[in-house]
Design a protein around this ligand. Sequence first.
Ligand SMILES: NC(=O)c1ccc[n+]([C@@H]2O[C@H](COP(=O)([O-])OP(=O)(O)OC[C@H]3O[C@@H](n4cnc5c(N)ncnc54)[C@H](OP(=O)(O)O)[C@@H]3O)[C@@H](O)[C@H]2O)c1
Length: 258
Amino acid sequence: MPAALVTGATSGIGLSFARQLAADGHDLILVARDVERLGRVAAELRTVHSHGVEVLPADLVTAEGVGAVGERLQDPNRPVDLLVNNAGFTLRRPFVATDIADEEAMLDILVLAVLRLTHAALPGMIARGHGAVVNVSSVAGWVPRGTYSAAKAWVTSFTQGLDSQLEGTGVRAMVLVPGFVRTEFHDRARIDMSALPSFMWLDADDLVRAGLRDLRRGKTVSVPGAIYRTAAWWLPRLPRRVAVGLGRRHPAGTRRRR
Ligand SMILES: NC(=O)c1ccc[n+]([C@@H]2O[C@H](COP(=O)([O-])OP(=O)(O)OC[C@H]3O[C@@H](n4cnc5c(N)ncnc54)[C@H](OP(=O)(O)O)[C@@H]3O)[C@@H](O)[C@H]2O)c1
């Protein structure tokens, strides 16, 4: 059985990855902080699919948490064929109004954890001659707007460059670039998304199904959803000042909750 390690596997996009990869015959290693919830997801997957499911509770904002997941990825006796770097959160306030510790925590999970876990996973994959890393970025990476956008721009650029460096190794890197997806993401950040038109929302299961199809097809950048594929074409081509202007307003006129 191929094995997949999914970070942020208890909710939203990561949970969809876990369910679809399990249905596709993968053994799963589920990473998140909430131990009880990890247990519930693992029990669900074991009931529906007969193969192996491990839970690995870890806080990916901490060096210890990332270290523990990195060690699991490097275990030669239990190889991991697919790493999905998905866990993440955003912050509600603009940069100057945010506590610097929160800004650093966001960079830790969105950038440092992705960097370290990818670096831990690749040598084994390359030695075995197969494997893949999927990094979950965001369309926000193409709209300059504070640390979250900057971090996701890093994820997209990093993954594109990495996939090219991996050529000929049998190992792949793909970046999944979602638009707005109905998950717990905005609620956790207490961002009011009620003004976002329904056509702009993606369903997490549809997003992940399209992402896994793109991975099988050998794509480096996967942007599910027609409107976001269009945005992926024009956003990077906008004059810088127009893109910066877009980032100045909160997406689609949404508001921050007080
Ligand atoms: N939803 C969107 O509109 C959207 C759009 C573009 C990109 N994305 C990206 O998609 C990814 C997944 O987001 P989502 O929408 O599925 O969010 P979500 O529903 O809030 O799920 C987040 C997952 O990450 C885990 N997590 C959060 N903080 C963690 C930490 N410190 N250490 C380990 N795990 C942690 C959570 O579990 P615990 O709380 O138990 O740790 C949960 O499993 C993120 O990288 C996000 O930036 C989302």
